[in-house]
Design a protein around this ligand. Structure first.
Ligand SMILES: [Zn+2]
Ligand SMILES: [Zn+2]
Length: 421
């Protein structure tokens, strides 16, 4: 059988092997995108970290805008912005009066924000909880936001940057550090539909990107598309990129992650950027940053907003998995893919008034990312017929998300794509 995509085939052999029963792999639940008062979040860094730890997450990547968390930083304690006196009192109550560092300077009271090393010392627990250092490299005003995970040094952002050169420069900066430090790091294109970040055509010029956020919990990111602006849903975006890469013979798969992009830790509800909306489940041998990064690079994970999976087999014969059934909840699995020889024609997007929005993505036909099969089974399986370019799966439950990105959202999961040979 001719093998078109050697990179995928190699990764797949690893995945199929490591997901086989009997090996010492387990699932680790992770938050990939989290903010605190160090950037524009509304709580001191220990608040998000302890929230995730108390709610059963195994690892958290703290990703502030344009900064690592090893800088000395203070925030004025005021009634209006930054930490309020009530916030400081809550910190003392929860974490102990000696943990909270308050300094008086020129008549102002300031809160010292904990560093990454201090958070690690207090919260890390071998085998059950791990902090991973990261940064959201953020082109301000417009342009891409990119998460660099497990990185060592701060990567400067470009202000008002063109999407493609900026995103390329961020990925290169992470790759350079990866080579220099000799440990795996991750580059993720965040929320492509936020503030005109990265159109589909721009993403097609970034074949080195292996990860993007198919789901981000921040209320402003347009996961499900934007009719007036001409943004496709992130799922349509994903299928167009997967298909066009395969048609062009590019080896790099694109994997989809779910994240919270959490900023708000006090008021919970739709419209707030809260923790707990979307995460990844990574299958790995140990809770170690390098092992987790490598597992994700091998596609050994899925994205979830509530649906839990097991026994995922991504093989050259197809894709199968099990759904952890919750009593009274029904599940629909859609196997999605494009077929060999599918039409890759696209046309300009026109809004309901017939105008072409400035940052619209082009519109692709129904043959890109079609539903190849549907299943109501809790052990769904798809076998390649020999006619597909790839298959991936979305599981949609009928259970409403307890704190949805958008009213009416149901709990879901996204399984990573498998190429057909
Ligand atoms: Zn962002
Ligand atoms: Zn963010």
């Amino acid at each position: 059988m001719p093998k078109r995509n050697y990179g995928w085939v190699f990764l797949l052999s690893l995945v199929a092997f490591s997901a086989a029963p009997g090996l010492c792999e387990q699932w680790y639940k992770g938050a990939l995108h989290v903010h605190s008062l160090r950037s524009d979040g509304d709580a001191a860094p220990e608040v998000p970290v302890s929230w995730y730890k108390e709610h059963g997450w195994n690892f958290v990547c703290v990703t502030e805008h344009n900064q690592m968390q090893n800088r000395e930083r203070f925030r004025d304690i005021t009634e209006n912005s930054g930490p309020t006196p009530e916030h400081v009192a809550m910190l003392k109550d929860k974490f102990g009066a000696t943990w909270v560092e308050q300094v008086e300077e020129k008549g102002k009271s300031r809160l010292r924000l904990k560093t990454f090393a201090e958070l690690e010392t207090r919260f890390n627990e071998t085998g059950s909880f791990l902090l991973i250092h990261g940064e959201e490299i953020t082109s301000l005003m417009s342009g891409p936001h990119v998460n660099g995970l497990n990185i060592e040094e701060e990567i400067p952002a470009k202000a008002k940057a063109e999407a493609v050169p900026a995103a390329r420069a961020y990925a290169e900066a992470v790759a350079e550090q990866e080579a220099k430090m000799g440990r795996p790091m991750l580059t993720i294109l965040n929320h492509p539909n936020f503030a005109e970040a990265v159109t589909l055509e721009e993403m097609l010029q970034l074949p080195d990107y292996r990860f993007f956020e198919v789901f981000n919990g921040h209320p402003s990111v347009n996961n499900w598309g934007h009719e007036r602006k001409g943004y496709p849903s992130t799922d349509q975006y994903w299928d167009a990129v997967l298909t066009m890469r395969l048609v062009k013979g590019q080896n790099n798969p694109l994997y989809g992650v779910a994240s919270d992009d959490a900023h708000n830790y006090f008021n919970f509800g739709t419209g707030e950027a809260n923790p707990g909306r979307g995460w990844v489940m990574v299958s790995a041998s140990t809770l170690d940053a390098a092992v987790l990064m490598d597992a994700m690079k091998a596609g050994n994970f899925y994205a979830s907003t509530g649906v839990i999976l097991d026994s995922i087999l991504r093989e050259d014969t197809g894709l199968s998995f099990k759904i952890k059934e919750e009593r009274g909840v029904a599940y629909t699995t859609k196997f999605i893919g494009s077929k060999n020889g599918c039409s890759t024609e696209s046309h300009e997007y026109k809004d309901p008034n017939g105008e072409i929005p400035e940052r619209a993505s082009r519109v692709y036909g129904d043959e890109i990312g079609e539903v190849l099969a549907e299943s109501k089974n809790t052990a769904p399986a798809y076998r390649f017929s020999g006619n597909e370019l790839y298959v991936r799966a979305i599981v949609i439950s009928d259970k409403p998300h307890p704190n949805p990105f958008r009213e009416g959202d149901l709990e879901m999961a996204w399984v990573q794509p498998v190429p057909a040979n």
